[in-house]
Design a protein around this ligand. Structure first.
Ligand SMILES: [Zn+2]
Length: 414
């Protein structure tokens, strides 16, 4: 029986898959189709049991790490901190980062006014949403001495420090039924106990359009809390791009890309992506307007970037051995910080630090350390070198994407 032939490469791939000691690395191999090496029923069962046990063990360890959290101090440096997480955002399609077409006119205007500082050298740690979220939420970073699951997740530290923590997500549906190891939205968000420990406020419904989502939920953030951490997670430029913006907001057509040697269908994909990027610009402006009259600092980033027929003739993301061309398109993300007018008046020191750090190399697995700096929260796992801004923020540690490849070495080699 052909189906029963189990080749040596299959065996090696299966062993590597089963030997992973954390769910993110296993997920990375699943995206590279390593699970196909378990193609007969007994092997599928072994793999499924291994994945489930790994996931359960990490949840138990995470619960323990979060239950034991104590903070050392909190200065409440920023009373209102907002984290906006975009989706599948290739910064090379952002006008703010030099793209030739006007995809981000509102962010451009904010930058011109001096309120918004665009960081030029920020990358995501993964090109897989779940894994990127796991790293963005955990005080673990690539270079940490302990396993990921032994570190706390940043929202719990904010709650301990007296911040009201809200999580508005237009993507993650919380499912108790976990039939796959890829549980959309960071698997920890699907654990009821952890979820309840992390957030005071959250939405129960999503909307197809990010603007409709904001219109339905932003007001719930006005709850009068003295200290607030608002996490807003958008659908952004998630495929398929054509459905991410209202038809009446179409600005770009295939005529805008006639110098590109691509098929009409491919040119249309680029036009849809750029239209979605421009609509996202309007959505982000809506968020900034909401915080305009508050003493607020807003951090925007994306979970990862996206291929849109640029260096490589593909769209989406590819899961193979990492190359410089792929990394440029799939990991180089937009990252900016906006300070409201009253925040800038009250915190000129922070504004100066932000502006002075705009060219600093950074990776999103270090995000909690920036947020803790903005709040002035002290904790034994806080590392000021990783915080991007601040007196100690001059990190020389390599940026190891997916925990395996040095981004700068990869890029410099090409
Ligand atoms: Zn994503």
């Amino acid at each position: 029986m052909v189906g029963m032939i189990f080749t040596l490469p299959d065996k090696q791939r299966l062993v590597r898959l089963l030997c992973q000691d954390n769910i993110s690395d296993m997920e990375g191999l699943v995206f590279r189709n390593y699970d196909e090496s378990a193609y007969i029923s007994p092997l599928r069962l072994i793999y499924a049991i291994r994945a489930m046990r790994l996931s359960e063990r990490e949840i138990i360890l995470l619960r323990q790490a979060n239950a034991q959290v104590r903070i050392d101090s909190c200065s409440h440096r920023s009373p209102c901190i907002v984290l906006v997480i975009g989706e599948s955002y290739n910064r090379h399609h952002s006008q703010l980062y030099g793209y030739a077409l006007p995809t981000t006119p509102k962010q451009m205007a904010r930058a011109k006014s001096g309120q918004l500082t665009a960081f030029t050298d920020v990358i995501s740690s993964w090109n897989i949403t779940t894994n990127s979220f796991n790293q963005m939420f955990s005080l673990h970073h690539y270079g940490s001495s302990r396993p990921w699951s032994s570190y706390p997740l940043f929202p719990i530290l904010f709650r301990k420090a007296g911040y009201r923590v809200a999580f508005l997500t237009n993507q993650f549906a919380r499912h108790a039924n976990r039939s796959r190891s890829n549980q959309t939205g960071g698997f920890f968000i699907n654990d009821q106990k952890l979820f309840d420990d992390l957030f005071d406020l959250h939405n129960r419904r999503q909307r197809h359009d990010d603007m409709a989502f904001l219109n339905a939920h932003l007001e719930m953030l006005k709850d009068g809390a003295d200290y607030r951490l608002d996490i807003i997670h958008l659908h952004g430029q998630h495929f398929d791009y054509a459905s991410r913006y209202p038809v009446k907001e179409t600005v770009f057509t295939t005529a805008d890309y006639q110098q590109r040697h691509l098929s009409d269908d491919e040119l249309q994909v680029i036009a849809h992506y750029d239209n979605a990027t421009r609509w996202n610009d309007t959505v982000l402006e809506k968020i900034l307007q909401f915080y305009e009259d508050q003493e607020a600092v807003v951090v925007f980033l994306a979970d990862h970037a996206e291929e849109v027929y640029d260096d490589l003739p593909v769209k989406g993301r590819i899961y193979a051995e990492l190359t410089a061309r792929q990394v440029r398109q799939e990991f180089e993300i937009p990252f900016w910080i906006w300070c409201s007018p009253s925040y800038a008046v009250c915190h000129p020191d922070v504004v100066s630090l932000i502006q002075a750090s705009a060219q600093r190399p950074w990776m999103t697995d270090r995000l909690p350390h920036l947020l803790l700096y903005l709040a002035g929260i002290g904790h034994s796992d806080y590392d000021g070198r990783l915080s991007l801004i601040g007196p100690q923020a001059d990190c020389k540690e390599p940026r190891i994407i997916e925990g395996i490849a040095d981004y700068d070495t990869l890029i410099d080699g090409n």
